[in-house]
Design a protein around this ligand. Sequence first.
Ligand code: HEC
Length: 130
Amino acid sequence: MLIKPNHSKENQMGRIISVITLCTVFVLSFGLETYAGVNAADLAKYDVASGKTVYEASCAGCHDNGIMKAPKTGEKADWTARLGQGMGTLVKKSIDGYKAEGNMPARGGNDALTDKQVGDAVAYMVKQVL
Ligand code: HEC
């Protein structure tokens, strides 16, 4: 009986292809896990530093400790699924307010905030879990 040696050409090719496939899958899933709908380029449109000031004044009260089911700032598990919506939707919902599991007031309850200020604050929050 003829036993094919393990290191035949086809076998090596097969192994190289599986390695390439594994690498591709790894890179793709890593990319999804890291950015999940929001990427660095999206955040570049916002002023994260001024967002921090807005956040501390108008958002931290609920988001620092997850009051009323607010997603906690810096807590990846609270944000992974939400990030999938992308920055546009996250900002719009923060401007308009919305109720799902809790109650996110429009502009965090501070009507004096401009759309830009709310967007910057969201960018600051998102940056804490990327
Ligand atoms: C009175 C408490 C409160 C304040 C103040 C508040 N939030 Fe929220 N926020 C919530 C709650 C509660 C939720 C979750 C709502 C739900 O799931 O129904 C939420 C959710 C969010 C989300 C996630 C949106 C999504 O699609 O899941 C973002 C982004 C957000 N808030 C941004 C902000 C920003 C920016 C500010 C400050 C300008 C702010 N919040 C101030 C309570 C608050």
